[in-house]
Design a protein around this ligand. Sequence first.
Ligand code: ATP
Length: 145
Amino acid sequence: MADMRLEIVTAERVVYSEDVSVLVAPGDAGELGILPNHAPLLTTLAPGEMRVTKDGEETYMAVSGGFLEVIGNKVTILADTAEQADEIDEARAESALERARERVESASSDMDLERALASMRRSAARLGVARRRRRRSPRPDRPAG
Ligand code: ATP
């Protein structure tokens, strides 16, 4: 099957721009699977993991929310933030998750709680992607299995 174009951009940069065969993304209403020649679509994204298949290889990326649009065999994601697996600083995501957990426990207003929960979802998505990367490329001195 022919590929489709996938562009993932934020206000700051182009995160990803390639021809791909499959995209799975976290829609606000549930997981979205997009194949080439998908019908036109405009929807919102939740924080989570995206999976892309290119030349038969799967890669994962983190997204914190935004919009996904499909028009004419091109998928554009306008993300609040997005990172490819090798861009994610795992220690930073761990400490963001820990800070957010503490804020959830001590939240004194609905707004504090909502912001802390959103921060937890962002950092959990980053950690998920970073940990997959680690499982896929074990350090040479510690072979898998
Ligand atoms: P932190 O508290 O660690 O800044 P955050 O969830 O508040 O995390 P965001 O506001 O979502 O961070 O992102 C700010 C910028 O930092 C974005 O450009 C995002 O891509 C980048 N970023 C955030 N966390 C990480 C991470 N763990 N690794 C790499 N880049 C990150």
